[in-house]
Design a protein. Structure first.
Length: 197
């Protein structure tokens, strides 16, 4: 299994029209977000304006989860949805999208035949995470708390704001997650060359 540990201290935060955004991971590594030549991109953003217009991203599928706060998201000529903590929405980057309210959100963007799902997990004790060999990439973003994960006899200390990327290599296994404080993880499961369901 290929393991990448990206520390919060190594991440860059930039401004966008509605607040700030931090790119957590992009794949392939040499992809450029502005060129939209990635297979997936994971980021967080703070929405600091009461009304924010989302950047249009042609050809991009988006999944957005609220980490803190609450927003109303409007996709013009599509639908309107209220989102609270750990609630999510899936939409096309081609849509005209506006949000109302202030929040911190988690974003998974995918292109072409790449497909991903996101899930919030709250833990406060030792837990096993099952890794399915049929998933091409897992990401674990630690939104709050602190934890240690054990993979193949390797121990990794994870601090708030860190992200771990796991690329299984045809092996199914369990990862041990150890923590003694309440910790909130956003887990992404990503597959390449997949027809979107």
């Amino acid at each position: 299994m290929i393991i990448e540990h990206i520390k919060a201290s190594d991440l860059e935060t930039n401004n966008w029209s509605g607040g700030t955004t931090t790119q957590l991971a992009i794949y392939p590594k040499d992809a450029d977000y502005k060129k939209l030549n990635f297979q997936f991109r994971i980021s967080t953003a703070s929405v600091e304006c009461e009304e924010s217009t989302f950047t249009k991203l042609p050809g991009i599928s988006r999944k957005l989860m609220i980490l803190n706060g609450e927003i109303k998201i409007e996709h013009k000529n599509q639908y309107l949805k209220n989102l609270k903590k750990f609630e999510q929405d899936e939409f096309s980057g081609d849509w005209d999208t506006i949000s109302y309210g202030k929040a911190i959100d988690f974003n998974l963007m995918t292109t072409e035949n790449t497909y991903g799902e996101i899930e919030a997990i709250s833990i406060n004790k030792a837990t096993d995470l099952y890794i399915n060999k049929n998933i091409d990439c897992y990401s674990l973003y630690l939104f709050s708390g602190k934890m240690n994960i054990s993979i193949n006899d390797k121990n990794i200390e994870i601090e708030k704001g860190d992200i771990i990327l796991l690329f299984p290599n045809n092996n199914e296994q369990n990862i041990k997650i150890n923590t003694n404080v309440k910790s909130e993880i956003i887990l992404s499961r990503i597959n390449f060359n997949t027809i979107t369901p």
